[in-house]
Design a protein around this ligand. Structure first.
Ligand SMILES: Cc1cc2nc3c(=O)[nH]c(=O)nc-3n(C[C@H](O)[C@H](O)[C@H](O)COP(=O)(O)OP(=O)(O)OC[C@H]3O[C@@H](n4cnc5c(N)ncnc54)[C@H](O)[C@@H]3O)c2cc1C
Length: 437
């Protein structure tokens, strides 16, 4: 490092990269919002029940390997208290409470505001599950609804207009904003030599230029789409192509091509159709998995609507299965390879929703990270980092913690990963000697 660069280095005990629900959960605990168990609670394993009683006032102090050895997955140890039932519990029945203690030095670097990718989803986006499945336990969504005069049922799906303000309010209410730096793009995370006195070097582009940070604990919470997939077809930069759909009104003209085949593309195709546009829906997959996804999702109003469109006598949605765009020409002429051969389609606009993957390239300074594939019934799939299941610390790199659903052992949803925050923050606190004084 040259001396000009060293002038600009900031040190923090922990750096959290990514301000989505994954990063925010860890931030709250590092800020000092520690869980405790209160009232009567029951764990299914007697030894775990005994351990939980012993640590009820400060479960973060517990080495979760004891829970693991007793036969319960540590993430379940917290999840059973946060979500003991499928339905949202009334607040006075919660056995998971929080108490403010001393903070440790943490900083969050994030491109987006609190809430992560939810800031950028389509304008009318609804979740796949109930509102309380999206919540971070230190500030229950029921409490947020009450505080903001929203008459909503936490067991119902939650709209973007509520979930984004919820995550913003979470950061505000718990005093996190002072330590969250948004508009910051982390470019690389690399190891430091032992004599440097810190484990990680983080290089980022900020509003005011390049900045370097060092830290001892790195929480990697960049989310599932931080490395967006790009189309390889010729002309993929034509001005009539939009990457990342927000609303049908943003797409000029009447004829829209939607490229994708997952849930986000289904949303865009349905909404464009219902706004009166003619939709050409292009996807690589064959009809079977797509129709299975639609059938399996009939509990969601927006999938009922898509099924209705496809079942009915609609004439404004054409689906091209097993197909791939070969070329985007000037003026909206798109060449598509289909099982029957190449065809040319004339459209006014193209919306591309082909997803992304976690940007593990940011960690290229750590070759040999062990990644394992994970997929779930909601049809998400992602590569997860191999971690110690009691701490969610990487098995390959000391002090590195994948958060959100980037750690092995979490489900691919907020309810599936949130309690990993207590394993991560607890291990950071214990290994940094927080509880020793
Ligand atoms: C349309 C849609 C609907 C969904 N519906 C649901 C649902 O109903 N229920 C559910 O549980 N999940 C749902 N998900 C999954 C979603 O991934 C989670 O809800 C949640 O947002 C994941 O949280 P996260 O913190 O891991 O990642 P994200 O929310 O993606 O947050 C990560 C953040 O990290 C930041 N970041 C990334 N790279 C960098 C970098 N290099 N430098 C700085 N910052 C960076 C970005 O600001 C990014 O927003 C949905 C996803 C989508 C796209």
């Amino acid at each position: 490092m040259n001396s000009a660069a060293t002038d600009r280095i900031q040190h923090h005990s922990a750096i959290i990269v990514g301000g989505g629900p994954g990063g925010l959960g860890v931030a709250a605990v590092l800020e000092g919002w520690h869980p405790r168990f209160s009232g009567d609670f029951q764990f299914p394993v007697p030894e775990v029940q005994r351990i939980a009683e012993e640590f009820r006032d400060s479960p973060l102090e517990l080495d979760q390997h004891r829970v693991l050895n007793a036969g319960l997955r540590p993430i379940e140890f917290y999840r059973m208290r946060h979500h003991p039932t499928q339905e949202a519990l009334p607040l006075d029945e919660w056995t998971l409470k929080f108490e403010k203690r001393q903070r440790v030095g943490w900083k969050m670097l994030s491109l987006d505001k609190p809430g992560g990718l939810w800031n950028n989803v389509p304008r009318e986006q609804l979740t796949l599950g109930p509102a309380h499945w999206m919540e971070l336990a230190p500030y229950p969504v029921t409490q947020f609804y009450a505080d903001t005069g929203r008459e909503r049922d936490p067991n119902q799906l939650i709209h973007k207009d509520d979930i984004v303000p919820y995550y913003h309010a979470f950061a505000e209410k718990l005093g996190l904003n002072e330590h969250i730096q948004t508009g910051t793009e982390v470019r690389s995370i690399s190891p430091l030599p032992k004599e440097a006195g810190a484990r990680f070097l983080v290089e980022a582009n900020t509003d005011t230029g390049e900045q370097q940070y060092t830290c001892d604990y790195l929480v990697f919470a960049v989310g599932p789409k931080s490395a967006e997939r790009r189309l390889t077809a010729t002309g993929a930069d034509q001005p009539y192509i939009t990457y990342g759909y927000h609303h049908a009104d943003d797409l000029p003209g009447d004829r829209v091509m939607v490229i994708g085949g997952g849930r986000s593309a289904d949303w865009a195709a349905t909404e464009c159709h219902d706004s009166g546009k003619t939709v050409v829906y292009v996807m690589r997959q064959s009809p079977e998995p797509h129709l299975k996804l639609i059938n399996d999702s009939q509990y969601l109003p927006y999938y009922q609507r898509l099924a209705q469109i496809l079942d009915g006598d609609q004439e404004r949605m054409g689906l091209l299965y097993g197909s791939e765009v070969k070329e985007f020409r000037q003026g909206g002429e798109v060449v598509v390879g289909t099982p029957e051969g190449e065809i040319t389609v004339q459209v006014d606009h193209v919306a591309v929703e082909i997803g992304g993957e976690p940007d593990y390239g940011l960690l290229k300074g750590f070759p040999g990270l062990t990644l394992v594939p994970k997929r779930d019934n909601f049809r998400f799939q992602v590569m997860q980092m191999q971690t110690d299941q009691a701490t969610f610390e990487s098995v390959d790199v000391e002090g590195l913690y994948p958060a959100g659903y980037l750690s092995k052992g979490t489900g691919l949803s907020v309810i599936g990963f949130h309690c990993g925050a207590y394993l991560i923050a607890g291990n950071i606190l214990r290994s940094s000697g927080y509880f020793d004084t």
